[in-house]
Design a protein around this ligand. Structure first.
Ligand code: ARG
Length: 590
């Protein structure tokens, strides 16, 4: 169904057209002076220039045409030429009733028939998730959920890093520690054990140890590189170890992502793209795009309009090794072949922007991607500490994501248990959910491209633009509703219709409610979860003002009370829907 603002637009556009002006001047926005009006049109100001007339005169003509229009309670002109609009409450109610009946609260299924792949998460096997992995997971999950709500067919792919030097380092280190394992016996032809020779804990310790050791020991680094090469070219024992690394890592990663309420549809890996590389390179050569430069095979991707430097995309290094870009290009080939997406969205640290620009240009030039398939790089900013530098542990190390989550949950736990009698395990459960909400909302309420400061105190506050505040609002509505229904039967429920608002704060709440479909569609189209956060913050504020001014549960006038129940029920549906789209779960108590 049309957004309400679109309906209003059409009415005003018609009025402009009927007065002989271009209808495009009838653009309406929400009022920036809610004390004066609900919506406004500033089109007369621009029309004045085109038609060489006083803006106020145009505004008056248009307003005159709108006289008797039963959608508007008031149309007033304000100098120099603003048209201020106040809707008839009946129209508002009518719209809200349509939202109530609509399965998506008024959102059109704009994504029907469109396939989108989202590349997010991007962890590397055998390395624990750290704070740097938070944003891609949280943002990607949200974009995926919003898109699905709008009926896009979406595949979220974790795009696991399983092909690099880290594998060689781990295998070489294992060999140093246990050279007698069958995996290292070049003459061994039997089956390898099903059980991995390590746990996730040893694995997570092996990688940093090996990496540190390699830095100070060139021979070991050389061996790790050689091992990487051997595993990439099919060495039996190494491939078996790599499979173990994958199994152990993926199991652990799934658990960690589930704790964040993040779920991937595909667990594809960099290695899956490797078989596509030879043909891809051949084709880029055939097309005359790939050429040799200083021993490497490269494709030029510079364009005349470039303002910053754009180095060629390297496919094969002079030592014969392929690179991150080669894998990403081959992954595009693989995705086109297997899933035919209309768009691929990459949610990756914005510091990788040039890499993706090179890859996208090379993919277009080399016809690796359908011309209609959109390639979108959504680069996100860094989560910083209070010192304005990338967030670190107290001793300057990289913080594990698990530790960050624990820190936030512990903080919420303190708040939940201070001065309150509450069962401890219940308190822990609540604190965990609220903590995740604090973390995710603290992230998603910022514009994706911007850096932000992780502020534990602010993120976990129950007041202000925070996750806990929104959750608290939902829990409050839920509590009113359950008290109400404990004394009212189901039959009574449907007895009364939604009434026109009785008070200004109720009207304001209704005016916020009707923005939902517009906000959600914009948040998805612009990949802007922060707009949805801002909206639910405003909706919560508007609800809480209404709540403080009305004694819903003891209201004696049943018609009024039932209407309010409907309004707050819808408020709750919108809030819980948006929270779910943000990937945030609501606790039943707080
Ligand atoms: N694993 C990569 C990293 O740690 C991120 C992967 C992002 N996605 C991609 N298609 N390159 O930087």
């Amino acid at each position: 169904m049309n957004t309400l603002i679109k309906w209003i637009n059409q009415e005003i556009e018609n009025a402009f057209a009927q007065c002989g002006y271009d209808k495009d001047y009838g653009m309406v926005t929400r009022s920036n002076r809610p004390d004066l009006c609900q919506y406004q049109c500033n089109g007369a100001l621009s029309a004045a220039k085109a038609y060489r007339k006083a803006p106020f005169e145009i505004a008056m003509e248009v307003a005159q045409k709108l006289k008797g229009n039963d959608h508007f309670k008031e149309v007033t002109c304000v100098k120099p030429g603003f048209i201020n609009l106040i809707l008839h409450d009946a129209w508002l109610i009518d719209y809200i009733e349509k939202m109530q009946e609509n399965s998506k609260l008024g959102c059109d299924p704009i994504g029907k028939g469109k396939n989108i792949m989202i590349d997010y998460g991007g962890p590397n096997v055998a390395k624990p998730l750290h704070v740097g992995h938070l944003r891609t997971a949280v943002i990607g999950e949200c974009i995926k959920r919003m898109g699905r709500f709008l009926d896009y067919t979406i595949l979220g792919d974790v795009h696991l890093g399983d092909w690099g030097l880290q594998i060689g380092l781990i295998i070489a280190e294992l060999k140093r520690r246990s050279p007698d394992l069958d995996y290292f016996d070049e003459t061994y032809t039997g089956d390898f054990p099903k059980e991995p020779p390590f746990t996730i804990h040893t694995l997570e310790e092996i990688y940093p140890t090996a990496s540190r050791y390699a830095k100070s020991n060139p021979d070991f680094m050389e061996e790790a590189k050689q091992t990487t090469y051997l595993f990439q070219t099919g060495h039996r024992g190494y491939v078996a170890l790599w499979q173990h690394i994958l199994d152990v890592s993926i199991y652990d990663l799934k658990k960690n992502y589930a704790n964040l309420n993040v779920y991937f549809d595909l667990w594809k890996k960099e290695s899956d793209a490797q078989p596509y590389i030879p043909d891809m390179i051949e084709s880029l050569k055939q097309q005359g795009l790939a050429y040799e430069s200083e021993g490497a095979l490269v494709v030029d991707v510079k364009e005349a309009s470039d303002t910053k430097e754009m180095p060629p995309c390297i496919l094969v290094k002079s030592d014969g090794a392929t690179l991150y870009s080669t894998t990403d290009l081959a992954t595009i080939v693989e995705r086109m072949a297997l899933y035919h997406p209309d768009e691929i969205i990459y949610i990756v640290d914005k510091r990788q922007e040039i890499h993706f620009e090179q890859v996208f240009r090379c993919a277009r030039k080399g016809h690796l991607v359908d011309p209609h398939t959109k390639l979108t790089f959504l680069g996100f900013g860094t989560m910083n500490g209070k010192d304005g530098k990338p967030f670190k542990t107290r001793d300057g190390g990289v913080m594990r994501l698990e530790s960050l989550i624990k820190e936030v949950a512990d903080k919420v736990y303190q708040k939940v248990t201070t001065n309150k009698e509450i069962d401890d395990s219940k308190a822990k459960q609540i604190a965990y959910k609220v903590g995740i909400a604090a973390l995710k909302y603290g992230d998603l309420s910022n514009q994706i491209t911007k850096d932000y400061v992780f502020d534990l105190e602010r993120f976990t506050s129950f007041e202000g633009n925070t996750g806990p505040y929104i959750l608290y609002t939902v829990v409050r509505i839920e509590s009113i509703l359950s008290k109400f229904y404990s004394s009212h039967t189901l039959v009574e429920r449907d007895k009364f219709n939604l009434q026109v608002p009785y008070t200004e704060s109720e009207r304001n709440l209704m005016l916020k409610i009707v923005e939902f479909n517009e906000v959600l569609t914009t948040s998805f189209n612009e990949y802007a979860p922060h707009k949805m956060c801002q909206y639910i913050y405003e909706l919560s504020n508007t609800f809480n003002r209404f709540y403080h001014e009305h004694k819903i549960l003891i209201e004696q006038d049943q018609v009024k009370q039932y209407s309010w129940i409907q309004v707050i029920t819808l408020t709750k549906s919108i809030l819980t829907t948006c929270l779910d789209l943000l990937g945030i779960e609501v606790p039943d108590k707080m």
